[in-house]
Design a protein around this ligand. Structure first.
Ligand SMILES: [Zn+2]
Length: 81
């Protein structure tokens, strides 16, 4: 492997520890729920999920789980404005 690539890999490892460098603007995932798969999206600082709980409450276990996984990397509505 050439030195250029070795340097990039080292930098990538360091970056991966520095989550605050990363801001997720748009995000879409299929979440394999206990009953059905769900489509979860994060667009313009807002979560969306196609499960029934989210439709009535605006938040659900799927969005909360992804919030935990992506902690520190999500653009909040305040930052969007
Ligand atoms: Zn959901």
């Amino acid at each position: 492997m050439d030195y250029g690539m070795i340097g990039k890999i080292e930098k990538a490892k360091r970056y991966a520890e520095e989550r605050e460098r990363i801001t997720i603007e748009h995000f879409r995932a299929t979440f394999d729920g206990e009953n059905n798969p769900h489509m979860v999206e994060f667009v313009d600082g807002q979560w969306h999920c196609d499960c029934n709980f989210f439709l009535s409450r605006g938040v659900c276990s799927h969005t909360m789980a992804l919030e935990r996984i992506l902690e520190g990397m999500l653009r909040t509505p305040l930052e969007v404005a």
